[in-house]
Write a protein that binds this ligand. Structure first.
Ligand code: GDP
Ligand code: MG
Length: 445
């Protein structure tokens, strides 16, 4: 018998997961979370129940119907995605995507709304859209939005954030151990900056460096690798300054947060107090009617971690993360260093296209011809598609984390581009130097 996941059904029926779960419970259908599977005839039963309910309800009043149809002006931030705009105007995102499609525009939920999309959405819903003045906190996320012809789902890239000692490293270790080392006999993972974990046949990429420093450093370069943040909060300690900072960073970057309420094995753990504290700063748990996913876990015993990974995959599905593996490969540097034996070594994450051994790549400050690609188990790769972290060998010097890379046609164009940039940099330094001298001169007059 074929089955359907609760969240898929919720999406189809355009109701919230929470409402659907309540309805399932009322109907006596067993489903614990949005990731639970239910039989198709159970799904049909739900559909019928909703239809009957709707039939009983009085028809919508004129006012309700025209709620979004009145010509009103709505401001959206410059880097807003289709999904965000849909939320602002209270339209299901799938419907907005379809409305765009009907107007001949292919834009996934995660696509940034450009002029064309905004005008189209405005037409579809009778709204005058305007771009907000960009504010400090609301600058473009830096998350690449690609519009390839062959968009395919890609694994989410996850950063673990939270206050010191709340268990970020322990959680990462637990997740990686159970999913990589244990499964691959003798497979010792080495730190390369990011690693891929497989859960229920689906991949999740974890950035190795927990905390928001790395996250912020990358964003400072205009790069954003993270799709989802796991916010670790120790249940025996609660909301702390760095918890709030992490929340702010994730929000500023427009990255969805999944909360891991950690250390629930401890007698002093008070997970409900954590939920209360988080609610006070605007993260209201789903079970309390909000839209924040919170999972009780113990990074020590492993309790709750499968559920946490399920929730990460759920959010990934909702975010509709996609990339085109057929276009020119591009991505960003996560980490880099100089290895005595291997020379410059960099871990990069491919964001679109497929990177291959032998490719020539141009970065912000350097270039190279890929001599080898390795994963965190030291396995060699000949090619790496979207959301694949790989350690690459063959760069001519060590790049900075957050640098962008793109494949170019030949060594000469890469070399020429880098010397041009170096020349420009020298010239601008000269200009600054001259100005300083002039200023010094004036100050001496
Ligand atoms: P980080 O600073 O956030 O990376 O925190 P760590 O992972 O280093 O953890 C800080 C301390 O908390 C260590 O002593 C861990 O063993 C301990 N710890 C982490 N998670 C748990 C947990 O779920 N239960 C218990 N009892 N201790 C934990
Ligand atoms: Mg740590």
């Amino acid at each position: 018998m074929s089955k359907i996941r609760v969240y898929e059904l919720a999406k189809m029926l355009e109701i919230s997961n929470k409402d659907l779960l309540t309805m399932l419970e009322d109907l006596g259908i067993d489903a614990k979370t949005h990731m639970s599977s239910i039989d198709n005839d159970a799904a049909q039963l739900v559909e019928e129940t909703i239809r009957k309910k709707e039939a009983k309800q009085p028809p919508k009043t004129q006012k309700e119907e025209t709620k979004v149809k009145e010509k009103q002006t709505i401001r959206v931030r410059e880097a807003a995605t289709v999904k965000e705009v849909a939320q602002v105007i209270d339209v299901p995102v799938a419907e907005a995507v379809k409305a765009l499609l009907d107007l001949g525009i292919m834009a996934p939920a995660g696509a940034q709304v450009d002029e064309t999309i905004l005008i189209a959405l405005g037409e579809a819903y009778g709204i005058d859209f305007e771009y907000e003045e960009p504010e400090e906190e609301k600058v473009a996320t830096g998350r690449p939005v690609f519009h390839g012809k062959h968009m395919e789902p890609r694994p989410p890239i996850v950063t673990v954030m939270g206050h010191v000692d709340h268990g970020k490293t322990t959680l990462l270790d637990y997740i990686r151990q159970t999913n990589i080392t244990a499964r691959e006999a003798g497979g010792i993972t080495q730190h390369i900056g990011a690693s891929t974990v497989t859960y229920e046949g689906k991949n999740i990429v974890f950035l190795d460096t927990p905390g928001h420093e790395a996250f912020t450093a990358m964003r400072a370069r205009g790069a954003q690798a993270t799709d989802i943040a796991i916010l670790v909060v120790a249940a025996d300690d609660g909301l702390m300054p760095q918890t709030k900072e992490a929340i702010n960073h994730a929000r500023a970057a427009g990255v969805p947060i999944v909360v891991a309420v950690n250390k629930i094995d401890k007698p002093a753990a008070r997970p409900d107090r954590v939920r209360q504290q988080l609610s006070d700063v605007g993260l209201v748990p789903e079970e309390w009617g909000g839209d924040s996913i919170m999972v009780d876990v113990s990074a020590k015993t492993g309790e709750g971690i499968p559920h946490l990974l399920e929730m990460v995959l759920l959010v990934a599905e909702m975010e509709e993360l996609r990339a085109d593996p057929t276009v020119t490969p591009e991505g960003i540097v996560i980490e880099a260093n100089l290895d005595k034996g291997k020379g410059p070594v960099a871990t990069v994450i491919v964001q679109q296209g497929t990177l291959r051994k032998g490719d020539i790549i141009l970065l912000d400050t350097t270039w190279g011809k890929i001599r080898a690609m390795l994963d965190s188990r030291g396995r060699q790769f000949l090619k790496a598609g979207p959301s694949t972290p790989v350690e690459i060998l063959g760069l001519t010097s060590v790049p900075q984390p957050g640098e962008h890379f793109v494949r170019v046609d030949n060594e000469k164009s890469a070399r020429d581009e880098i010397s041009k940039r170096e020349q420009e940099k020298r010239e601008s330094e000269n200009v600054t130097a001259k100005r300083l001298t002039l200023e010094e001169l004036y100050s001496q007059l």
